[in-house]
Design a protein around this ligand. Structure first.
Ligand code: ADP
Ligand code: ZN
Length: 608
């Protein structure tokens, strides 16, 4: 590794050391070679093309589909003192001319550009007259026609290898299975590129999945401990998005709705507020998220079940890009299972496609129902190795109880059988619990031998038993009929008592969200005595952010502010030793923060 790269990392970014493959990638690309980089969100991809762009002669061209983010990305680089600019459709003619001039006179280190703009012959001609350091193709999975982020313009990027055969190209993505990886290499003509594949693990994300009982109350309990924190709440429908956002606002949270049915202008405003203000909660359908690279999203909450582990991983992955502790929290119930099974079955597509969908859903349900480490299940799905216990998921921290539910399962199965396999969950539970309501009386079900045999177990436990029986395939929900429960072939051994069934025991109260978190990711709560200084530091950051027209995290990340509380730096050199403080930021903001800290230390000293 060249000393130069380390120097840039230290003095410009204010970071101590490279992570994972970063150093190797930078070496490889700086030497003029092609690379494919697969790194999870928050892994630190940007540095892999930014530093080589500075080390090599000429300007680094970064191709990104996310026009909305370019301004912030460029803003962040400028804060570090790097000469960066972007070219996209949001610029005026004059601004565009200016940037072209800078480009031609070799006055830029980094140029961000949208793919549709890049492939215009005007742009290609312009670039052929400049000295180029490299091409970085961000979100490279967009070339895949199978993925949901497909962009036709990405297909044309193979022309880079023809027009600029001597300029190294580095393709980066956070989501790529083996097939997509191959596609990227082929379609971008990255022949001979070295692939750097990092694991999928996001160790700072804590996973928790609970049984859905009283969704709003459960969400509120979860959020109570996270006031002032930025997060995303995903819901399935637009209506639920709006209801939930409004309800959260009434509860005193700064919550905004986001879905494809809202006017574009409003969506944009909400997205901007989420990116720029502190502590905004966005309540959204999955229309929200692609390219949200806000680093300090502290939680992602799912009120509905995503349809696959890929989707879950991608959505939860938007939390904690800054490497600080973050939560992925989800509640789910039988309704979710039924709805998703219905979708998988009802989708038009070949039998093979449906089977694949079904398979993905089963894997997702497996993750929900598992009683051992969730991270292990998640990583195994992506064929990643993982220890048996991660220590940072709900199941590791509070191992769920299981119980011998054989008899309970027999009761459910025979009740379904006796009522003729024509009724849904609610009615079956009513009969089990011996409720003499109109429907029960109408069908004479109070006379069945199974009437009231389940009064010994709480209703939510029954619901859970039924859900687990459906997930495990002992019961089927008749999707064409009226969601009637029906027996399947595999339930015979259970009914005959030949097969024991151990099921997950549902905690009847909302599960606690935090107990003995893994040491390295223990939530560092701001202590009461630090609160005042913390608020002041944040206030100062907010003020500076507004003044410089950048999001607060571009000034300093939360992690840096927390280090200030710990270290109490009172001089420039002390401040410079903190993570995330480089020379440019020291010069721009150092004085403001040092002043606050000194003042605080004095008054604190005076008090004692
Ligand atoms: P990605 O694009 O892979 O999601 P980023 O490039 O945005 O990730 O990096 C995620 C965060 O980690 C950023 O805040 C970045 O500044 C920080 N980061 C990257 N590399 C390092 C490093 N070597 N040491 C400390 N922080 C780093
Ligand atoms: Zn675990």
């Amino acid at each position: 590794m060249t000393q130069k790269a380390v120097e840039i990392l230290n003095s410009l970014y204010g970071y101590d050391s490279f992570r994972g493959h970063q150093a190797d990638i930078i070496d490889h690309v700086s030497a003029g070679n092609n690379a494919l980089v697969l790194m999870p969100t928050g892994g630190g991809k940007s540095i892999c093309y930014q530093i080589p762009s500075m080390l090599r002669d000429g300007v680094g061209i970064i191709i990104s589909p996310l026009i909305a983010l370019m301004q912030d990305q460029v803003g962040a680089m400028q804060q570090l003192g790097v000469k960066a600019a972007f070219l996209n459709s949001t610029l005026s003619h004059i601004e565009q001319n200016q940037i072209e001039q800078q480009l031609l006179s070799g006055d830029l280190d980094l140029l961000y550009i949208a793919p549709e703009r890049l492939i215009q012959s005007y742009t290609l001609d312009l670039l052929s007259r400049c000295k180029l350091a490299l091409f970085a193709i961000d979100e490279a999975h967009c070339v895949s026609q199978w993925g949901h982020d497909f962009r036709a313009d990405y297909l044309s990027l193979s022309l880079l290898s023809e027009r600029f055969p001597n300029i190294p190209r580095i393709a980066l993505t956070a989501t790529a299975d083996i097939r997509t990886r191959k596609e990227i290499i082929e379609r971008l003509s990255l022949t001979g590129a070295k692939a750097y594949i990092s694991g999928f693990d996001r160790p700072n994300i804590r996973y928790a999945i609970a049984n859905k009982t009283t969704p709003k109350k459960q969400l509120l309990a979860f959020l109570q401990q996270r006031k002032q924190e930025a997060g995303i709440v995903y819901c399935l429908s637009r209506k639920k998005v709006e209801d939930t956002a409004q309800w959260l606002s009434e509860q005193g949270f700064n919550a905004l709705p986001y879905h494809a049915g809202l006017p574009a202008q409003l969506r944009q405003t909400h997205q901007n507020r989420f990116l720029r203000e502190d502590g905004v909660i966005i309540v959204a359908t999955i229309a929200f998220g692609m390219g949200i690279d806000k680093p300090d999203v502290r939680f992602v909450a799912h009120l509905d079940l995503p349809k696959s582990i890929e989707a879950y991983y991608q959505e939860t992955g938007r939390a904690g890009r800054d490497g600080q502790p973050a939560d992925a929290w989800m509640i789910y119930g039988l309704q979710d299972v039924v709805r998703l099974q219905q979708m998988a079955q009802g989708s038009d597509g070949s039998e093979q496609f449906k089977r694949a969908e079904r398979h993905k859903l089963d894997a997702m349900l497996g993750l929900c129902e598992v009683t051992s480490c969730r991270r292990k299940v998640l990583l195994s799905y992506f064929a990643d190795e993982a220890p048996n216990q991660c220590g940072n998921c709900d199941n590791c921290q509070l191992p769920p109880e299981t119980w011998d539910a054989t008899v309970a399962a027999q009761k459910v199965l025979s009740c379904v059988y006796r009522t003729g396999q024509r009724f849904g969950v609610v009615h079956v539970m009513d009969v089990l619990q011996g409720k003499e309501n109109d429907k029960v009386l109408q069908y004479g079900h109070q006379q069945l031998s199974t009437f009231g045999i389940g009064s010994d177990i709480h209703e939510s436990q029954w619901r859970s038993v039924i859900r687990q029986l459906v997930v495990r395939g002992f019961l089927r929900v008749d999707l064409e009929g009226y969601s009637a429960l029906q027996l399947t072939d595999i339930c015979r051994p259970v009914l005959k008592g030949e097969q024991l069934l151990h099921l997950r025991k549902e905690e009847l109260k909302a599960p606690s969200t935090k107990k003995g978190a893994a040491k390295s990711y223990k939530k560092t709560q701001i202590s009461l005595e630090d609160q005042e200084l913390w608020d002041e530091l944040r206030e100062c950051r907010k003020y500076l952010a507004e003044e410089h027209n950048v999001p607060p995290y571009v000034i300093f990340h939360d992690a840096t502010l927390k280090e200030m509380l710990e270290v109490m730096p009172m001089s420039g050199s002390e401040l410079l030793s903190l993570t995330g403080v480089g020379e440019s930021k020291l010069e721009k903001y150092g004085a403001d923060f040092i002043e606050i800290i000194c003042r605080y230390a004095e008054t604190a000293g005076a008090k004692t």
